[in-house]
Design a protein around this ligand. Structure first.
Ligand SMILES: C[S@@+](CC[C@H](N)C(=O)[O-])C[C@H]1O[C@@H](n2cnc3c(N)ncnc32)[C@H](O)[C@@H]1O
Length: 235
């Protein structure tokens, strides 16, 4: 059979010798960009085998992140600018743009929504060849772009299938009254030994994605659960 007549594989390699299903390289650590990193709730269970770069514009929050994840590269700067200049250098990009203007809890005072959320989704869909996840809170308005899934208290836009991911944070306390210790126990992120001078601890903890959700989503990008479509091909 000539090359031209051979049946085409259902899924094409990306030319990098990568994983057949994900297109991500399998012979080297992944380069991961963690934009609007906060203190890295989403990053907690990503392990130490990847090259992770975090971008956070508040130097005090960036310092806490660096303390928690000393092997990551931490950039203090604007996530949007960094994305535009560097997106091609990463295999996986996570972005958590600020949520207050979208939040159900905060729409009482008249204000415009922060459109960087939708700018990033549109930009990544159009120009980015790797895998991405953009995260925000569940908004008070009808989505301008439908998310791939709502998990726990957040919405997620991805270019891979996360529809099967379900997770609900176990809470033994009324979240309205949750104190620093309650948040630390919920997230498994403890700041007692980290210098948090000048930072609102409750706020940075409340801003975190549950680490388990961050882990489930990255794992799904790297090693998708087998389905009827990819059975036996996923590695
Ligand atoms: C929702 S929090 C991130 C939560 C994080 N994904 C986690 O799971 O812990 C958003 C963070 O983005 C930071 N931030 C806001 N605007 C930024 C910008 N233009 N560039 C970089 N960081 C920014 C805030 O200081 C805040 O720490």
């Amino acid at each position: 059979m000539s090359q031209a007549n051979q049946p085409k594989p259902a899924i094409w390699l990306n030319g990098s010798g990568g994983n057949l299903i994900t297109g991500l390289p399998k012979d080297r650590p992944l380069n991961i960009l963690n934009l609007y990193s906060g203190i890295g709730g989403n990053r907690k269970f990503w392990g130490e085998s990847h090259n992770i770069t975090a971008v956070e514009y508040d130097p005090k929050i960036a310092e806490i992140y660096q303390n928690l994840y000393p092997n990551d590269t931490v950039v203090v700067g604007c996530a949007l600018e960094y994305l535009l200049d560097n997106y091609e250098n990463f295999d996986f990009i996570w972005a958590s743009p600020p949520c207050p203007s979208h939040s159900l809890a905060r729409h009482w005072d008249a204000s415009f929504i922060d459109l960087s959320l939708y700018q990033i989704i549109i930009f990544l869909k159009k120009y980015y060849k790797g895998k991405f996840c953009v995260e925000n809170v569940i908004p008070y308005y009808q989505y301008l772009i439908e998310p791939s899934n709502e998990i726990d208290r957040h919405s997620f836009w991805t270019n891979f299938n996360i529809s099967g991911i379900k997770y609900q944070t176990k809470k033994d306390v009324n979240m309205e009254y949750a104190k620093i210790n309650d948040w630390q126990n919920i997230l498994g992120i403890y700041l007692d030994d980290v210098c948090c001078k000048g930072v609102n601890k409750i706020k940075i903890l409340r801003n975190c994605v549950n680490p388990k959700v961050g882990e489930l989503i990255l794992n799904q990008a790297i090693k998708p659960k087998p389905t009827l479509l990819n059975w036996g091909v996923a590695e």
